[in-house]
Every structure is written in C-alpha cells, then in structure tokens.
Write a protein that binds this ligand. Sequence first.
Ligand code: GMT
Length: 382
Amino acid sequence: MKIAIVCFPTFGGSGVVATELGLAFADKGHEIHFVTYQQPVRLAQLNKNVFFHEVQVPDYPLFNHQPYDLALSSKLVNVIRKHQIDVLHVHYAIPNAYAAYMAKTMLKDEGYHIPIITTLHGTDVSLVGSHPFYKPAVAFSINHSDCVTAVSHSLKNMTYDMFDIQRSIEVIPNFIDASKYEKNKTKPCKRHLVALPEERILTHVSNFRKVKRIPDVIRIFEKVSQEVPSKLVMVGDGPEKLKAKKLVDKLGLSDKVHFLGNSSEIDRILCWTDLFLLPSEIESFGLSALEAMANKCAVVSSNAGGLPEVNQNGTTGFLNDIGDIEGMAASAIHILEDEDRLKEFKDRAQEHSFKFDIKVILPLYEAIYDKAYRQARVNQKL
Ligand code: GMT
C-alpha cells in the first residue's frame, strides 16, 4: 500500500507516533510518504520505501501569517496524484485534518478518491482545538474524515463531550517497540555521569509548556531529595524552561538538577532513570511515560486525561490528583526508599509497557487502512 503521513515534525509525541508508525509500515514493505514542513526528528534515515516531501510556504509581503494549511493541501494533492497514494493518515487535527479534507475535495473533482484517517492526539482537541477560533473547523474535519482514531478512551470521550461529533471514533493507543528494549539490555548505561551510585535518578521529559506543570516537577523533587539522595534530569525545551531554571536556583537545587535540551536519544537518558515524573494538567496519553516504563522506570504522574490508561496505580507507579505536590512526593519517596520495592515497580512498569508493543498496535492501524482503502475503491467505481 502507498501511504501518505502528515504530522508535526518536532519532538512532540504526535510526531514521534506518526514517524514510528510510518517506519514500521515501511518495514512491512509499504511505501511511506511523509508530508510536513521539515524532516521529522525521529526520521533519521530515508530508505527505498520512505520518502519525505517538504511543505514550503514562500514569504509574501501581503501575508501577515503564512497560509501553511493552504500550502499543505496543495502539496498533498501533488504528492497523492504523482505517487498514486492509497491512504492519507493525518496526525493532529489542526491544521492537518483540515488541509487533508481540502486536498481530498480537490482530488475528488478529478475522480480520485483518497480516504483520510485522522488521529487525534490531545491538545488538538483539548487546549487548542476547543478554542472558539478553531472549534468549528476541527469538528468539521473530524466529521469529514473517513476514519478517526484517538490515542486513549479519555481523549475519545473528551472529543464527544467538546464537539458535535456525528461519527464513530476508534481508540488505538500509542505504542513502543518492545524488541528495542530487549536488545538495549546489553547496551552500557552511563549512569555515573549523572549521579553517585547511592543516589536515585528522577527524570522529566516534555516540551516545557504550562500544561506540564514544570514547577510541580521541581517542587516534588525538592521534597524527595530531602528524604532520598537523588538527582533530577529535565529533558526538553519550551516556554517554561527559563522559569524552571530560576526556580531551581531559588530553591538551592542547582547542583542536583541537570537541564538537558531536546534529545533524539531519549532511551540513553531513560536507561539511568529510576522514576519518571509527569504531573501534567492535561495529558491525553503520556507517551513519554510509556517510553520511560519501557526503559524500566517507575512513574509518578497526575491522574489527568489518559494517564490512568498508561500508568497503573500501585503497580507501575502512582497517580495523584493534579497539583497534589505533597502526594506525588510521598508516592515517589515510597517507591524510591526501598531497593526491592523500587525494582518491583520498575519490572512491572516495563512488563505493562510491553502490552503497548507495536506488534499489537500495528494490526489495528492496518485494519483501519484496509477498511478505508476498500471503501474508497467502492466510491471510485460509483
Ligand atoms: O502537547 C503535547 O504534549 C504534545 C502533543 C503532541 O501532539 O505532540 O502530545 C499529545 O500527543 C501525544 C502523542 O499521542 C500524547 O502522548 C500526549 O499525552 C499529548 N499531550 C497532551 O495531551 C497534553
């Protein structure tokens, strides 16, 4: 099958899911065409089955804002037509599903029926998508996709609650590649670069946006470090980072907190980690937590959105109410203070994460692609 994938190419979870999914389909012999404004960060190498088409938006003095969705829809028409694409999978509704609908409509005029699969990831529904500036266009794009998936039950329910949706939405959770972590067992993990042997390592990975509640991460760590010798590793970049550094200085924690930038080698960082912190305000799934679990990290998170579908309370870690810094610190201390208990949480975290193995998830997307493709062929003949 020839599959075009639209996503954001940055370090965000939706781009990671889209890229890893495309690569997995390419491994199975499908032809994959990524269409976005720069080569996705997890797309290290193109190969004979994997292509990248850059969407360019030339500057023009009249444009106050660059019309990216217009350029994307035109690029999609050209790519789909030239490469005779069978299905178009768009990740993140804004503006990707909207641009896909426009491309589909343009192609329909030529008698070319391209089915659209839209995957909702989270803020495209919650934070951004539900804003009155975007809401009608998002609802329209969801209702006019041929198949719609959401990465958690929580996100699916939220979509129905927030929008007037007239169609079914299928839940297909995010995934990890379990075989990668089994192989990683043999890789050296340079833990000594970050902490002393007797110290525990806590890690947070995000895009440092307000919804991640970065000050909570630091305040939880402050309490933990008073009870358990430990270090905190903060990975990623974003608008809240500078404030986070200032808070770390203010609390006198600068020799215990390491700020790393965005990393495409997250697994190397997570292999040191004992406990992953994710106290988010909103989180449709929490792919970063799942990746941490696959690397044998216990997780202390908030109970926001889809996090309870990933982190199992009392088994793989703990879930506390949003903003409950005391509670999350107590949960973390409980896990970290006892060597055997920590090991049990870490083992169970990895075991649970393997239920989200790509081998389990890929066939779910395959079935959707097949269904959408078959329906498009029927429409083509009508
Ligand atoms: O807002 C973000 O955190 C980035 C966003 C994205 O699209 O990259 O993440 C969302 O999608 C991820 C992949 O499906 C989910 O794991 C994240 O939970 C979700 N973020 C939020 O809901 C805040």
